[in-house]
Design a protein. Structure first.
Ligand SMILES: O=P(O)(O)OC[C@H]1O[C@H](O)[C@H](O)[C@@H](O)[C@@H]1O
Length: 232
């Protein structure tokens, strides 16, 4: 069995070209079906952590995105929104890049904001309530990222599928606006993600070490992230 940072990896869920066709910049030029990225879900290092995660309804996942392009676009995740939690705010998610580098492309549900967060190994990226997200591997090495997220919901893919992806595509030729969006605001670029020490989110700290702490309460109670604060 493969391991990443002392964590045994089960068989991954795989997203292939066919799973991604509806959200690609250039689906017509996407070649034959092939695996694009690998999702290892509900991981833990030991029984105690597994029990804590289950009883707190939190999942620790690892995603591996090999380098490459598809129809001229860098390999990316499909993209989705999260529904609202019972407190009325969207479920957030916390990522950390374990190796490689990543571009997190966020867009608000009401399409009032489009954000690009560039992240390197050790960086945390918080997906705040109400933002859809896509992760792109823009580099020539494999991107490995971990995430902590509530296990109380299913991701919503319909909007991204209907719109043929996010508002922007990252291609070998640069950024291209998705014509399916009537009006697209410019991309606001963060060269490195913000830290949130009040939630234990400090660059370089090991994301796995947040398991078992009170810091993660916001994953199931997003209102703890100060409700409508401005994140970007
Ligand atoms: O669901 P996708 O848009 O393909 O994105 C992939 C990612 O989605 C969520 O954030 C999961 O918690 C991750 O484990 C997964 O890797």
């Amino acid at each position: 069995m493969d391991m990443i940072r002392d964590i045994p990896l089960p068989k991954p869920d795989i997203r292939s070209t066919e799973d991604m066709r509806s959200v690609l910049y250039n689906a017509a030029d996407a070649e034959e079906d092939r695996p694009l990225y690998f999702m290892y879900r509900a991981l833990s290092k030991n029984e105690d952590d597994a029990e804590w995660l289950i009883s707190h309804k939190i999942r620790y996942d690892i995603t591996e995105i090999p380098p490459g392009e598809i129809g001229g676009e860098y390999v990316k995740t499909k993209g989705h929104y999260h529904p609202d939690a019972p407190d009325g705010f969207g479920y957030p998610e916390l990522y950390q890049v374990l190796s490689g580098s990543a571009h997190y492309l966020l867009q608000k549900k009401d399409l009032s904001e489009f954000i690009l967060v560039c992240a390197l190994a050790g960086d945390f990226v918080l997906i705040p309530p109400g933002y859809g997200h896509v992760t792109i591997n823009p580099a020539d090495e494999t991107l490995i990222m971990a995430n902590l997220v509530s296990d109380n919901f299913s991701s919503e893919y319909q909007f991204y599928e209907d719109m043929h992806g996010a508002a922007w595509y990252e291609t070998e030729e640069g950024w291209i606006k998705n014509p399916a969006y009537d009006k697209v605001l410019e991309l606001k670029v963060l060269e490195r993600p913000k830290e949130y020490p009040e939630y234990g989110i400090i660059r370089g700290r090991n994301i796995y070490g947040l398991i078992g702490t009170d810091y993660l309460e916001f994953l199931n109670k997003p209102s703890l992230l100060n409700g409508n604060r401005k994140f970007f």
